[in-house]
Design a protein around this ligand. Sequence first.
Ligand SMILES: NC(=O)c1ccc[n+]([C@@H]2O[C@H](COP(=O)([O-])OP(=O)(O)OC[C@H]3O[C@@H](n4cnc5c(N)ncnc54)[C@H](O)[C@@H]3O)[C@@H](O)[C@H]2O)c1
Length: 369
Amino acid sequence: MGNRQPAVDNQVNSLPEFYLGKKVLVTGHTGFKGGWLTIWLKLMGAEVTGFGLPPETQPNLFTAAEVGDGMVSTFGDIRDLASVRKAFLQQNPDIVIHNAAQALVRRSYREPVETYATNVMGTVHVLEAARTTPSVRSVVVVTSDKCYENHEWARGYEEGDAMGGHDPYSSSKGAAELVTAAYRRSFCSGDGAAAIASARAGNVIGGGDWSEDRLIPDMVRGISSNTPIVIRRPEAVRPWQYVLEPLSGYLLLGQKLYQDGGRYAQAWNFGPSVDDSIPVVDIAARVCAIWGKGDLRIQPDPNAPHETTHLRLNCAKSSQYLGWCQRLRLAQALEWTVDWYRAFYEGSSLSPRAMTERQIHAYMQASAS
Ligand SMILES: NC(=O)c1ccc[n+]([C@@H]2O[C@H](COP(=O)([O-])OP(=O)(O)OC[C@H]3O[C@@H](n4cnc5c(N)ncnc54)[C@H](O)[C@@H]3O)[C@@H](O)[C@H]2O)c1
C-alpha cells in the first residue's frame, strides 16, 4: 500500500448499512469466532450461510446461542472440494469470510496431517470455489498471528515479515497465507474477479469459547467446576484481544474489498495495542480477580511441546488504511468475557444469544463514541 492514502477514522459504524441484504458465506460458523461473526452479520441484516463441522465441545456457542437459527447452516468438511463448491452454488455469496480451521496448536502436534489438510487444502478448496463462483466479490481468509516466522522479537510483526511457523498449526497458517497470495496473483487481476485478502489476528478472548487447551476456556472449566486451574506456560506473552475486535477487522476488510478490491487485496494484521500483550499468568490472575474465584496452580511443564514465548503484532497499516482500531482495552475485554460466562453458569435471565447480541450492540456503541 503506498503512502498516498490519508489516515481514516474508525469505520465500524459503516458496517450495518453495508452488510444489510448482502449474501455472506461464513466458514466455521459452528466455532467460537464464526458464531460471533454469524450473529453480528444477522443483526446487521445480512443473509448468512454457514459451512462447518458440527460443534465438537459440550457446551458450545453454536448450540447455546442458537447460531443456526434464521440462516442456511450446513454441516460439511472443507477437505471435500465438492461439498465446498455445493455450498457456494447454493447461496451465490457476495462475500466469503473463510474462518474454518483446525485452530489449536497442541492438537496440531497430535494431528498434523488433519491440521495441514484442513488449514492448507481447505483454504485451497474455499479459494477454488470462490474463483469459480461468479457472484463472489470479496474473500477474507482468516489466518493467524502465528503465520509469521517467529524470532522471539519484542517488536510487533508487520505484514511484510516472512511467513514461517515452528509447529504444524503455525506453519499451516503460514502456508495458507502463501496459498492466498498465489491465488490472488494468479487468478484475481481480471474484470469481475473476486478480491482476496488475508487477516492475521492475535489471541482472542470472549464468551462462548470452550475449546481444549486454551487459557480462558480452561479457566472457565476450572472455576465452574471448582477444580484447580493448571497454568503450564505462565510466562508466554500473547496479544490478547476481545473477540469483536478482529471480527470488526474482517467485516471492514470484506466491505473494502467489495467496494474497491484492488487496493485492499493484501494481508492485514488485527491485533491489540502493545500494552495488551501480557503474560498468561497475568491474564489468569486478572480473570480470577474479576470472577472472585479460581484456584490457580502454576506448573510449568518442561516436556510441553514448543510454543513461542513472545508474539506481538504491529497494526499500524490496518489502522491507517482500513480505519480499523481496537475499541476495548484489555481490562474491559476481560470484564465482558467474565460477564458472558457468569451469565451462562450462574443462571442469568439473559440467554447466551441475548448476552451475545447485547455485547455486540455495546461494542458498536463504543465504536461510535
Ligand atoms: N481463537 C483465537 O485466539 C484465534 C487466534 C488467531 C487466529 N484464529 C483463527 O480464527 C479462526 C477461527 O478460530 P476459532 O477460535 O473460532 O476456532 P474454533 O475451533 O472455535 O472454530 C473452528 C471452526 O472451523 C470449523 N472446522 C474445523 N475443521 C473443519 C473442516 N475440516 N471442515 C469444515 N469446518 C471445519 C469448525 O467446525 C469450527 O466451526 C481459525 O482460522 C483460527 O485459526 C483464532
